[in-house]
Design a protein. Structure first.
Length: 134
């Protein structure tokens, strides 16, 4: 993650708001912990390997920053009960399990199922473009 992105996230955490939507500090802190943890893992391994490990919930990756609070991981081999924060990871533009379109469908379904509980989904992808988010 570049310094500009890190500064932006830190500023959002301090302001406790994003686009006029107030987030509780614990939600922003959980998101920041997830981003920090992902950054550490990506320094040690490839994106594809990290995606595979996260989907299988290896090494406590479902616990942001090593805390005891579970998060849901999309895609994942296991689904925890609805959680306040979820992590979604996508790769490429294929319609396969890890492809961006399929992950976004899964996120949409998850948000519908967990509408009263989940407040934030952290999305990490190696593919981003206007056509993918239409």
């Amino acid at each position: 993650m570049d310094q500009n992105t890190r500064n932006h996230l830190a500023a959002r955490r301090r302001s406790d708001s994003y686009n006029s939507v107030d987030f509780p500090r614990e939600i922003l802190d959980a998101a920041a912990a997830i981003v920090d943890r992902l950054e550490g893992y990506l320094a040690e391994t490839t994106y594809d390997r990290l995606l595979d490990r996260i989907a299988r919930r290896e090494g406590g990756l479902a616990h942001p920053a090593g805390t005891g609070d579970l998060i849901n991981v999309i895609p994942g081999d296991q689904k925890a009960a609805c959680t306040q924060v979820a992590l979604a990871m996508a790769t490429g533009t294929s319609v396969g399990r890890y492809g961006f379109p399929g992950i976004m469908r899964s996120v949409r379904e998850y948000m519908i199922d967990c509408e009263r509980i989940t407040n934030l989904v952290v999305l990490l992808t190696d593919t981003w473009g206007p056509r993918q988010i239409e």
